[in-house]
Design a protein around this ligand. Structure first.
Ligand SMILES: C[S@@+](CC[C@H](N)C(=O)[O-])C[C@H]1O[C@@H](n2cnc3c(N)ncnc32)[C@H](O)[C@@H]1O
Length: 221
């Protein structure tokens, strides 16, 4: 099916809203407050700028799990309004929990019943209120740029801890957000300690209006 076409003014308006939440230099609390403010406009804004992260994740997940999708337990981190869960459900994945610090974004996801458990929390230096080995797959689609670029080692260890052995952590984002020294060092730290291994890396020339994307798949060991 052809992608919908929007006027340059509509695209500009979508980009204005997205820029408001991805402004460089914002601290963590301000980022979450801004997502709270724009939660009702979020899906529309991302659609206007041709954001493909959630669809890409849904398709990649479906390719890795061609059968028994109803048995795959997923934690969607930085869940937002549930755009990724919406795509996963199209492929028959039904057991999806969402972790997201903005209550208003989670409330938008609740309106469409996209998750089983709604966990209002941040990924960071904290220990998540989730038991070890709880999920087959942890996905993280489009985590806020300023957070992603500085994601601490503990946050990545938490993603691996809540994933069962042989399960996967799947991350996609703007390609530029994978390039910061901090995220690169921390991602490979877990590889060198054999906590996980990089199983696949895909690129997309345009994940959003004029920006390339990367999707990485880590197998938890
Ligand atoms: C661009 S949205 C992506 C939402 C959804 N995954 C999608 O692709 O539409 C970024 C999300 O990251 C969330 N976020 C910000 N800081 C976070 C943190 N420390 N841990 C987890 N999520 C965070 C924001 O609240 C926001 O909902």
């Amino acid at each position: 099916m052809a992608e919908p076409q929007f006027t340059p003014e509509e695209v500009q308006e979508g980009q204005r809203i997205v820029n408001y939440v991805i402004t460089k230099g914002l601290d963590n609390d301000t980022i979450v407050k801004r997502f709270d403010e724009i939660s009702e406009q979020y899906n529309k804004a991302q659609t206007l700028i041709g954001y493909k992260g959630p669809k890409w994740m849904g398709e990649s997940l479906a390719a890795l799990y061609p059968s028994n999708r109803e048995n795959v337990k997923i934690l969607d981190v930085a869940a937002g309004t549930g755009m990724a869960a919406f795509e996963m459900r199209k492929h028959g994945f039904v057991h999806i929990d969402g972790l997201e610090p903005s209550q208003n974004m989670l409330d938008e996801a609740k309106k469409s019943n996209l998750y089983e458990r709604y966990i209002c929390d941040v990924l960071g230096e904290n220990t998540l209120d989730i038991a070890d080995d709880s999920y087959t797959v942890v996905t993280m689609v489009g985590l806020s740029s300023e957070i992603m670029k500085k994601l601490p080692l503990k946050a990545l260890e938490e993603l691996a801890r809540v994933t069962e052995k042989g399960g996967r952590v799947m991350i996609n984002n703007y390609d530029r957000n994978f390039r910061s020294d901090i995220i690169r060092t921390n991602l490979s730290n877990l590889e060198s300690r054999r906590v996980w291994k990089l199983e696949d890396e895909q690129t997309m020339p345009e994940i959003s209006n004029g920006v390339g994307g990367i999707l990485q798949v880590y197998m938890v060991l």
